[in-house]
Design a protein around this ligand. Structure first.
Ligand SMILES: NC(=O)C1=CN([C@@H]2O[C@H](COP(=O)(O)OP(=O)(O)OC[C@H]3O[C@@H](n4cnc5c(N)ncnc54)[C@H](OP(=O)(O)O)[C@@H]3O)[C@@H](O)[C@H]2O)C=CC1
Ligand SMILES: Nc1nc(O)c(N)c(N[C@@H]2O[C@H](COP(=O)(O)O)[C@@H](O)[C@H]2O)n1
Length: 274
């Protein structure tokens, strides 16, 4: 177990607090040697060993928000928590989960929502008894042990469906969709700024990685994606889900390697867009 954030992350990612006026965008994933991120039919595969998985949890604490596409919620049912970093350090906060879900297909049975509701319920109990976890102090995003899932959807989603999801405990953030019915990657910085979030770690899946990696530069000419962090596991998956969907591997941006770290069996590469 690492007892400090990996030095290469501390040295190469901007120190917090990040500036919500220009949110830092990190794109990250774990892949096999044959560039797959999941198995046949999208089945989840444990690619990262214990050391690089712990690094991923450190990375989560180093960002204000963590973002996944709706298919990842449906297929993986992730928790997106930080249970692998020391739990007694009040400065290590979990990121705000953000889900890109144009049609608001979010399943109300999602683990990320039931964990939030369970935590919210227990917190109300603890408030009554004036007993708190050392990290259970609200910041602008809410209490800091488990955070409410925030779902970014199209502003065309019927109000009844939005209300249903909010009644179930999530926060719904309606926004304008692009011509393909998606949330435009280039709209994300403004969405983050409006939510007071200064940085985001984008974890996948394949369609989300592809659209952010292919995205045009920001209005100021700088790349939309500031950092790319890839865990490469020494295994082959064969049939499965690629880092980007089939046919979308043209026009990916050139990358500049900043650092490669060996973590247990895995190689972790930190890159920037040239
Ligand atoms: N190894 C790893 O590091 C990781 C692996 N995964 C794997 O990835 C797989 C899921 O990937 P995938 O099926 O591609 O789904 P995604 O998780 O990438 O979700 C894609 C969906 O997100 C919505 N969306 C909103 N905005 C955009 C946008 N700008 N670009 C693209 N999509 C957008 C769309 O929903 P709609 O269709 O409703 O419009 C789209 O279909 C799973 O098998 C999971 O295991 C996931 C994360 C990390
Ligand atoms: N870093 C990393 N290594 C792997 O081997 C993985 N399969 C993933 N997947 C991502 O992590 C999410 C699961 O997170 P929780 O453990 O539930 O917190 C999964 O949905 C993918 O986004 N990542």
């Amino acid at each position: 177990m690492l007892t400090f954030p990996p030095a290469f992350l501390v040295g190469h990612l901007p120190a917090r607090p990040h500036d919500p006026a220009r949110p830092h965008v990190t794109v990250t994933w774990a892949q096999s040697l044959d560039a797959k991120i999941a198995g046949p039919g999208g089945a989840r595969v444990i690619l990262s060993g214990p050391e690089s998985m712990e690094m991923t949890h450190w990375l989560r604490t180093m960002h204000d928000a963590i973002l996944v596409g709706i298919n990842t919620i449906i297929m993986d049912d992730p928790r997106l928590k930080i249970q692998l970093v020391p739990q007694d350090d009040p400065s290590l906060l979990p990121p705000q989960p953000l889900i890109l879900d144009p049609q608001l297909r979010f399943p109300l049975s999602a683990r990320i929502l039931s964990e939030w509701n369970k935590y919210r319920g227990s917190r109300e109990l603890r408030d009554d008894r004036i007993l708190r976890d050392s990290r259970d102090v609200p910041d602008a995003r809410g209490p800091a042990v488990v955070r409410q899932p925030w779902i970014v959807c199209g502003d065309t989603v019927p109000p009844e469906r939005r209300e249903e999801v909010e009644r179930a405990g999530a926060r719904v953030v309606p926004t304008q969709l692009d011509g393909s019915g998606r949330i435009s990657p280039n709209a994300l910085p403004a969405i983050l700024s409006s939510l007071g979030l200064g940085s985001v770690m984008i974890e996948g899946g394949s369609r989300i990685l592809s659209s952010f990696l292919h995205a045009p530069s920001r209005a100021d000419g700088s790349p939309l994606v500031d950092s790319v962090i890839v865990t490469v596991a020494p295994m082959f998956i064969g049939e499965g889900v690629g880092v980007v969907p089939e046919g979308e591997d043209r026009g990916l941006p050139p990358l500049r390697t900043i650092h490669t770290e060996t973590m247990g069996k895995d190689a972790v590469m930190l890159c920037a867009l040239r």
